[in-house]
Ligand binder design. Structure first.
Ligand SMILES: Cc1cc2nc3c(=O)[nH]c(=O)nc-3n(C[C@H](O)[C@H](O)[C@H](O)COP(=O)(O)OP(=O)(O)OC[C@H]3O[C@@H](n4cnc5c(N)ncnc54)[C@H](O)[C@@H]3O)c2cc1C
Length: 268
């Protein structure tokens, strides 16, 4: 009989479900505990969702680098990798896992870390679905009280130069900046939508980042939800494509300061 293991059920392959078999659903195992506040050590059960992890850790000023969508489960993402809004500042989720509690195929419960069962510990961080059922993760959270978020859309040049300029800009940008870009068609235009997160504690530090942006970029006040003030236009000038490629910035930027898990967060 087929058996599937499910934490958040957001897996893209559908491997956490099956037809006519058994699904081991871990969603009730969803506790988030701070084990050592000073060391940032937290224990997160596999069935928790990342939005709840962020919410539970926010009062401590702690964050775990996870994905880009709060509804994704801890179990699937923390056994697979974990690329998200804090990745350039704080690494992959698996980079910060310090121990795991795993049920193996023979039913034994094992705690694995760098010293005990190190090979199992290595396997779980990337290929965890093949190792057993991970019940909980001990993760070293990072201190991070604030993040800056900006969303913007620019018209991209059809020959791909906008994307090339953006990627080369990103490669040189400070590690506090993580961003995701989606390219899509709108009529005969090609648009590039960028969500950028700056993991900087202070407005001053974030300002330093914005100020390094391309001076050739322009800020347009046209578009459906355009920047209400010059101040909010500044982040959009960070798109280095608008000046050099001649592409016209199209729509919105809505940068704001938020505390992870408390304020509004990027959603899909
Ligand atoms: C809207 C959306 C946004 C996403 N964004 C990101 C992103 O920003 N970054 C990123 O890295 N990924 C992202 N993903 C991919 C996502 O991280 C993976 O699909 C992840 O596996 C989902 O975890 P889950 O617990 O919700 O999934 P599930 O569907 O529950 O599980 C996915 C896989 O992991 C296995 N698994 C689940 N729990 C355990 C466990 N406790 N022990 C062992 N194996 C287990 C399952 O058997 C299955 O094979 C996104 C997916 C979606 C749908």
């Amino acid at each position: 009989m087929p058996i599937a293991v499910r934490s958040g059920g957001h897996g893209l392959s559908g491997a956490s479900s099956n037809n006519g078999g058994v699904v081991i659903d871990l969603s009730m195992l969803n506790r988030v505990q701070v084990l050592d506040e000073r060391a940032g050590l937290v224990r997160v059960e596999a069935g928790a969702r990342w939005a709840n992890v962020a919410k539970a850790l926010a009062p401590y000023g702690l964050v775990v680098s996870s994905g880009d969508y709060g509804g994704v489960g801890v179990g699937g993402l923390a056994t697979g990798g974990g690329v998200g809004w804090l990745v350039r500042a704080h690494g992959l989720t698996i980079d910060r896992v310090r121990a795991v509690e795993v049920v193996l195929a023979d039913g034994t419960l094992v705690r694995a870390d760098a010293e005990h069962e190190p090979e199992l510990f290595w396997l779980v961080r990337g290929a965890g679905a093949g190792a057993g059922i991970v019940l909980a993760f001990e993760i070293e959270a990072a201190e991070q009280r604030n993040v800056g978020v900006a969303r913007l859309v620019v018209e991209a040049h059809p020959d791909g130069r906008t994307i090339r300029e953006w990627t080369s800009y990103l490669a040189r940008a400070p590690r506090e900046l993580s961003a995701a870009a989606v390219v899509f068609a709108e009529g005969r235009s090609v648009l590039m939508s960028v969500t950028a997160v700056v993991a900087a504690e202070s407005l001053r530090r974030a300002g330093q980042w914005w100020n390094r942006c391309s001076p050739s970029a322009r800020c347009s006040n046209t578009g459906p939800t355009c920047c209400p003030t010059r101040r909010w236009c500044r982040p959009r000038t960070c798109i280095p494509t608008s000046g050099s490629s001649g592409a016209r910035p199209r729509t919105a930027c809505s940068p704001r300061w938020t505390t992870p898990g408390r304020g509004p967060s990027p959603e899909r």
